[in-house]
Write a protein that binds this ligand. Sequence first.
Ligand code: 3PY
Length: 249
Amino acid sequence: MRKPLIAGNWKMNGSAELIETFGRTFAGVELPSPVDVVVHPPFPYLDAARSAFAGTPLSLGAQTLNPLHSGARTGEVSGQMLAEFGVEYVLAGHSERRQLYHESDEQVYERVIAALTVGIRPILCVGETLEERDAGQSENVVLRQVGYVMARLEPGQRRMMTIAYEPVWAIGTGRTATPEQAQQMMAAIRDYQASFDPALADALRLLYGGSMNASNAQELLAQGDIDGGLIGGASLKVDDFKAICQSAG
Ligand code: 3PY
């Protein structure tokens, strides 16, 4: 039985006030018992979030990290620093990082390793563009992105991983994959995982991302291979995010 995970990716949004609102609201929220919830605010809010989320079901997440431990990398943040702030999860390979900052599969892999080294759980984001979908390449692209990382990890490291399938054409566009499209890709990821690590395939958490919101979450989460969501815009609205978490049990 896989425990659902709901992750809120705030991207470059939010404020100190929103952190407090989340802390206050979730302090009194009853969530269905087996569900993990993580919020990924921008770096400057991590410290405030650590205090505000104490005593709530919210864990702390980061949106990226630099693979190096420390050094001359102006503007970057290392896994070691995130661990010091109590960060438990980090995104790696979000399509905005792949597209806008040209992160390659190799660079995504390096970030995953850096996170694992300091005990932070990576959420590996994968997904195809509209052109790739139209060319019938969706599954090839997604399984390449998954395989590049997962096949290089030790079995113990793989157990720390979560994979988020986010079709690029559904990110920030208001378009969502149908539950059937999402389920089909999740099943393909799980089958692929089974081809080189059958023991993990059943336990691996797979999230759907890409315009998931309070209205469509229930239907997506009802699919057999969808174990949670990586939520963009809706994770900035505390009531919507709470409703998504409540529908995940
Ligand atoms: C979205 O839903 O827009 C996301 O990118 C979540 O990461």
